[in-house]
Design a binder for this molecule. Structure first.
Ligand code: SF4
Length: 463
């Protein structure tokens, strides 16, 4: 099921077939539509739609194009509309210096006013930003500072660059892509779309505008949001189901609408791989890791109230040959449960499956012996997180147990060298954009010292 987080079905382009359009959206699997107000009248019409359709929600706000028409009563009316139980956000508001239909100073003044209103009524914002990167960042950052919980709102129909995306994410905004990400000439936007963490990604139509390929040129409508989601899945190396699941959870996290992901996930599918969640314990406390605060991966909740037994894990795998690989992974270090890995991997191999182990490379230190001979024939591929080019940087970023500090980086390198002797495929990864890490040097170390596959990945991006 997909969500259209930004539609204007109230507009007169839908007067002839509004009900049919909405029904088509429902039939094509659109779970919710957020109909966005651009001024008082359209906010009111949006609310009327919510009263006719259980799966439509509304926002109320004044678009930057329309702030020139604000009168003395506008904010009184806006406050009144924001009381409606199905009005879930303030907006769309923002800055549009491309068209400049309203004077820029007025746009800035009313963006501030609407941000303050959103904070006062505790609702997220819907932000429109066009050709106004510096000002939108400057104004919003006065109000939102490093909100990692992502409750500030949505940058809708995102068309900005990486700098704007990074700033919006840092301030706690979600990034919503429209049909523009499917356009032929949108390679740079697709590059940005690849870098958005899964837990901040949304999709929308912005209908009746911006129809996605292959509907480009037609009037856009909520059912077309599937084309944008498909393209986002393709860009990120995922399946459509993965994008749907993650966006549903994001929508829930932002608006509290829908279903929360249930904790206790033992096995979970992403693309054609099945991942096994053995433990939440780890010998690191990486600064970027959310295993204890928000253990969500692609819409799956990996929080465990107890660790599953080997039998429970095995029984959660219906048929290992259905998947390209079965991966010991999760939000925790799997080699803390080496006996479980060995027992389950043996069963997977006996059944004809392929096994990968994702590890922080501490396994030999944790188990106080060289564990790699024990994995021979059971693990087809091992992926080790190196994450740094020096021991000092590793300790700073990954914050290993105190007794491991100063020596664990060398132990990880030994683990990689040893893995090559027993595991057919060895890969070394780093998480990019970490302080005091020279990523080129990491790659050189992997190439020169180990001659194995190297992958630099942004945290919380699967693909
Ligand atoms: S090693 Fe992995 S599971 Fe452990 S803290 Fe770091 S990112 Fe999280």
């Amino acid at each position: 099921m997909i969500i259209d987080t930004h539609a204007h079905v109230d507009m007169d382009q839908f007067d002839a077939d509004r009900d049919e359009t909405i029904e088509r959206a429902r039939q094509s699997g659109v779970k919710y539509i957020v109909n966005v107000g651009c001024d008082i009248d359209s906010s009111r019409r949006s609310i009327e739609l919510t009263e006719h359709y259980d799966f439509i929600y509304a926002t109320a706000g004044i678009h930057p194009h329309d702030v020139k028409d604000i009168t003395g009563d506008t904010y009184l009316e806006l406050r009144d509309l924001l009381q409606h139980p199905k009005v879930i956000a303030v907006g769309e508001t923002g800055l549009d210096y491309f068209k400049n239909y309203s004077p820029p100073d007025l746009q800035r003044e009313h963006l501030r006013k609407q941000v303050e209103l959103a904070l006062e009524v505790h609702k997220p914002l819907i932000i429109h930003s066009r050709d106004a990167n510096a000002d939108i960042i400057a104004i919003l950052s006065e109000y939102f500072k490093n909100d990692e919980n992502g409750r500030a709102g949505i940058f809708h129909c995102f068309s900005g660059d990486q700098e704007l995306a990074n700033a919006a994410l840092a301030m706690g905004f979600y990034i919503s892509f429209s049909g523009s990400v499917t356009f032929k000439n949108a390679d740079s936007l697709r590059e940005v779309a690849k870098t958005i963490p899964a837990d901040r990604l949304l999709a929308e139509t912005d209908c009746p505008y911006m129809a996605p390929v292959p509907m480009r040129g037609k009037r856009n409508e909520p059912s077309f949001v599937n084309h944008t989601a498909e393209r986002l899945a393709e860009i990120r190396g995922l399946k459509l189901d993965d994008v749907h699941r993650t966006m549903e959870l994001n929508f829930y996290d932002l608006f509290g609408i829908g279903e929360q992901a249930k904790p206790g996930t033992v096995s979970y599918q992403i693309r054609n791989s099945l991942y096994l969640n053995l433990t939440q314990r780890c010998t690191n406390s990486c600064g970027f890791c959310t295993r204890l605060t928000k253990p969500i991966v692609q819409g799956y909740n990996l929080a465990l109230d107890r660790e599953p037994t080997a039998l429970e894990i095995w029984e959660s795998i219906d048929d290992p040959t259905k998947y390209e690989e079965v991966v010991f992974c999760g939000y925790g270090e799997p080699t803390l449960r080496l006996d479980v890995i060995v027992e389950v991997a043996k069963k997977i191999k006996d059944a004809g499956g392929r096994v990968r182990l994702n590890t922080n490379g501490h396994g030999n230190v944790i188990n106080k012996r060289n564990i790699l001979p024990e994995l021979k024939g059971l693990v087809d591929e091992v992926s080790v997180s190196l994450n740094a080019d020096t021991s000092e940087a590793y300790d700073e970023i990954c914050v290993p147990l105190p007794s491991y500090r100063g020596r664990i980086y060398g132990e990880i390198k030994d683990f990689i060298a040893e893995a090559k002797k027993y595991i057919p495929d060895v890969q070394v990864t780093i998480v990019t954009h970490q302080k005091n890490v020279d990523e080129d040097r990491c790659e050189a170390i992997v190439n020169k010292e180990f001659g194995v596959k190297y992958r630099a990945r942004r945290y919380n991006i699967v693909g």
